[in-house]
Design a protein around this ligand. Structure first.
Ligand SMILES: *Cc1c(COP(=O)(O)O)cnc(C)c1O
Length: 360
């Protein structure tokens, strides 16, 4: 069987060139007679991999020097718990914007630890639009404002960075990081699980303003402190070395493709043509208001749910895989991260038109 077009939401497709390089280097990395995952994380050779990955993140995203770049574990979900522990005092409030399932989960973890205020909630509109900034009721003295710029399940995306004044803005960018340039200075913390748009699962990229590292209380165990990870180059204990290495290959691939401005152009074009195909079909539909639609995750439904099984089976036969929507939403979801070639989106659009014609 050849390679499929893989629309999985995560773990998601990786660029073919990256997989080929990892394959070629698997048994004998850099003439060492061993793979990169079989050597010490403290060896000179691995430190070089780690440092190059950080340098490439800094270059791709334009990360200023007063931000630390961390390579952590525990997934984005673990950060839902660690962020309030590291950034907020025991009696301090934290603000959360809820726009879908991931930001809701983040808020419910914070609630266990700190006084958590949901300052805007898109529930009334079934999370189909980004709540207007003017309506957010920020808490005076809050430690930070947390939001999720791209809701992977609902397919809802912020296309501008909300202005929250001097309060640090904390962003779960798991499913949108590196899809376009961002102005890092606008954020206190950016974090992302790697398995959507960066590399294999097991790794979390975090970009954190250094002054925020000082906030942590001494009641927080060392292993859970971002400051301790920053001090030790993210090697307080053994990091996810192989995921880190593959992420490095992805960063190099992004640089070869022209960086994030070039990716933004491709991503906006890919998403634009897929939404257009949905809207103009009179057959498929997507409930998200146009200005809030995600470039990365495109959910859509067929006219009748009874058609779903046939759609999925035929799509799979056509080499278009992992299109089943999230179990909480139903229907379909096409995740079209950086690694999804435009040809994959074109093939999906053509298949959808053909399926609609045959099952209208
Ligand atoms: C996938 C995802 C998560 C969860 O990531 P884990 O690595 O499974 O913890 C959190 N937030 C967003 C936006 C996601 O897409």
């Amino acid at each position: 069987m050849g390679r499929i077009f893989n629309f999985s939401a995560g773990p998601a497709a990786l660029p073919l060139e990256v997989l080929e390089q990892a394959q070629a280097e698997m048994l004998d990395w850099n003439g060492r007679g061993a793979s990169v995952m079989e050597i010490s994380h403290r060896s000179k050779a691995f430190i070089k991999v780690a440092e190059q990955a950080e340098a490439d993140v800094r270059e791709l995203l334009g990360v200023p020097q007063d931000y630390a770049v961390l390579f952590l574990q525990g997934g984005a979900t673990q950060q839902f718990a660690l962020l309030p522990m590291n950034l907020a005092g025991a009696d301090q409030a934290v603000d959360y914007v809820v726009t879908g399932q991931w930001s809701k989960k983040a808020a419910s973890e914070a609630k266990i630890l700190r006084r958590t205020n949901v300052v805007a909630d898109g529930a009334a509109g079934n999370y189909t639009a980004v709540p207007e900034r003017a309506g957010w009721k920020l808490t005076p003295g809050a430690a930070y404002v947390h939001y999720c710029p791209n809701e992977t399940i609902g397919g809802l995306e912020f296309h501008t960075v909300p202005d929250v004044g001097d309060v640090p803005l904390v962003a779960d960018m798991s499913s949108t990081i590196m899809s376009r340039p961002v102005d890092v200075k606008r954020f206190g913390v950016i974090y992302a699980g790697a398995q959507k748009n960066i590399g294999p699962a097991g790794l979390v990229l975090m970009i954190i303003r250094r002054d925020l590292l000082e906030r942590v209380a001494d009641t927080v165990p060392n292993i859970l402190r971002y400051a301790a990870q920053a001090k030790e180059g993210s090697m307080l204990n053994t990091p996810a070395t192989y995921s880190w290495y593959v992420a490095g290959l992805v960063f190099a691939w992004l640089k070869r493709r022209g960086g994030l401005a070039a990716m933004a152009e491709i991503n906006s074009r890919k998403a634009g043509k897929l939404y257009r195909a949905i809207d103009e079909s009179g057959y498929y539909s997507n409930p998200v208001e146009r200005a809030s639609r995600s470039w990365m995750n495109v959910p859509f439904t067929l006219p009748r749910p009874e058609l779903d099984a046939a759609f999925l089976a035929e799509a799979e036969k056509a080499g278009l895989a992992e299109l089943k929507g999230h179990r909480s939403v139903g229907g379909m979801r096409a995740s079209i991260y950086n690694a999804m070639p435009e040809a994959g989106v074109d093939a999906l659009i053509q298949f959808m038109a053909d399926f609609a014609r045959r099952n209208g």
